[in-house]
Structure formats: structure tokens, C-alpha cells
Design a protein around this ligand. Structure first.
Ligand code: ARG
Length: 246
């Protein structure tokens, strides 16, 4: 190494200014949500969300450490400082915006009903006399509360969406309401479960965003900058096509 570069008057130049400035953000992800976020065989967090945020980070010069984090309590990890970003197919809602900040949306979703193939359920209203499974504290949970009543005993809550779908497969409940992408993926990949999906026109569109601690506008700005770039240069579309077709 060059001696002169080590002297106090001439500090060691970093390889590139960009590399030295890159911060690493800890990312909370409930990796039980294929195809958006799941665990690979070697226990890495993978999926659409991971690819999108990774592409964003490359454009906006930051690094990521994805950490599988239970959905229950996932937002609290922002306030404690244990995580910098929640990347977990989080729907941007007014209630959540009161306690955290969001990036621009990166995906549009909708609730979807899963029922056994033989079920007569044809619309959301048909769930009113049914036992309905949801993942606790999700927008699916909120939608079913509106249908059945906040305190309804017929709402069965699970810590993950796959657990709810497994219980439906086992006949313990009559339906599951969850994000469309995850329901479609489960039904398609578990033909033995003999489930089908039911749409309801009354379900509003939902938009996924990356959540950060309230006031952490530095990270929001970086994510938005990178998201804009990957939408402009076609890399977002490529990732989308990889998971959902063109
Ligand atoms: N989009 C829904 C919500 O924000 C469900 C997200 C659940 N994500 C997960 N990785 N389990 O409430």
C-alpha cells in the first residue's frame, strides 16, 4: 500500500465515495408470504419484495440485511430501532400512516377469499354465517371485522397466512380472506387442498409500501429515489414479470 496515503496529512482515500457512503439497513420481513417473501431452503429471505427492495438499494446506494421477523409486533421493531425498514407486503393505510411513514407504493393488491372447491360462497356477504380465518392484524382481518363485526367469535386469527390456509385445507374453518397474490399462489401450489378463490367487487384496492419509523424521511427519500429509477429503467417490470408473468 502507498505509504503517503496513510499519513495524517493525506488520509487513505476510500475506494469510491459511493461505497463509503453506503449504509446498511436492517429489514423486517415476515417470510411466510410467498411469492412476496418466503424462506429459501438455505433460510434466506427471498421473493418479489426482496428483489424489488434490493434493486432499489442498488440504485439508491444502500445495503440491506433481511431478517425474518414475526408479523405480530413487526412494526414495533421500527420504534425500538431493531429494524430500519419493514418490507413485508404492508398495505399503506391511514391508521398505519399515523404511527409510521411509508415509501411510495410498489404493488397493488386486493383481498381475495379462499374456500373449498365445493363451497357455495360466491361473494363477501356469504361469509356472514361462516368461520373465517385471517392473519392477525392484517388488512384481511380488518375487512372480515367489517363483515362479521369486530368482536365476532367466527373470526379465527392465525399468526401467519399459510397457517390459516392450512386450517382451511383441514376443514377447521370455512374460508380465508387474505391478499390476492398469496391466496392465488397457495391455491395453485397446493392442488391437494382442493381450494378455489372467490373475488368480491366490494374489496378496495390496496397498495404495498415500505414502512419506516415515523420521521425517518432520509430512508423514505432513498427508497423513493430508487423505486423511481427501477420503474423508469424497466428493472421493476422485469421483476414483476418474473413473479407474476408479463
Ligand atoms: N397486506 C396485508 C397487510 O398489510 C398483509 C401483509 C402480511 N404480510 C406478511 N408478510 N405476512 O395487512
Amino acid at each position: 500500500k502507498d505509504e503517503a496515503a496513510q499519513s495524517p496529512s493525506s488520509p487513505t482515500p476510500s475506494p469510491t465515495p459511493a461505497a463509503s457512503a453506503a449504509k446498511t439497513y436492517k429489514v423486517a420481513t415476515d417470510a411466510a408470504y410467498a411469492p412476496f417473501e418466503s424462506l429459501s431452503e438455505d433460510k434466506k429471505v427471498v421473493g418479489f419484495t426482496v428483489d424489488v427492495l434490493t434493486a432499489i438499494s442498488e440504485k439508491a446506494n444502500f445495503k440491506l440485511e433481511f431478517i425474518n421477523t414475526p408479523w405480530e409486533g413487526i412494526f414495533a421493531t421500527l420504534d425500538t430501532g431493531d429494524r430500519d425498514i419493514v418490507a413485508s407486503s404492508v398495505t399503506i393505510t391511514d391508521a398505519r400512516k399515523a404511527t409510521m411513514d411509508f415509501s411510495e407504493p410498489y404493488f397493488e393488491a386486493k383481498q381475495l377469499i379462499a374456500v373449498p372447491e365445493a363451497s357455495k360462497v360466491a361473494k363477501a356477504d356469504d361469509l356472514k354465517d361462516k368461520k373465517v380465518g385471517v392473519q392477525t392484524g392484517t388488512t384481511g382481518d380488518e375487512v372480515v371485522q367489517k363483515l362479521l363485526g369486530k368482536t365476532s367469535q367466527a373470526i379465527k386469527r392465525f399468526e401467519s397466512t399459510p397457517l390459516a390456509l392450512k386450517e382451511l385445507q383441514n376443514g377447521g374453518i370455512d374460508a380465508v380472506v387474505a391478499d390476492n397474490g398469496v391466496v392465488i399462489h397457495f391455491v395453485a401450489n397446493n392442488p391437494d387442498a382442493k381450494l378455489k378463490t372467490v373475488e368480491d367487487a366490494g374489496f378496495a384496492p390496496e397498495y404495498y409500501g415500505f414502512a419506516v419509523k415515523k420521521g425517518n424521511l432520509e430512508v423514505v427519500a432513498k427508497i423513493n429515489e430508487g423505486l423511481k429509477k427501477i420503474k423508469e429503467d424497466g428493472s421493476y417490470d422485469k421483476i414483476y414479470a418474473k413473479y407474476f408473468g408479463a
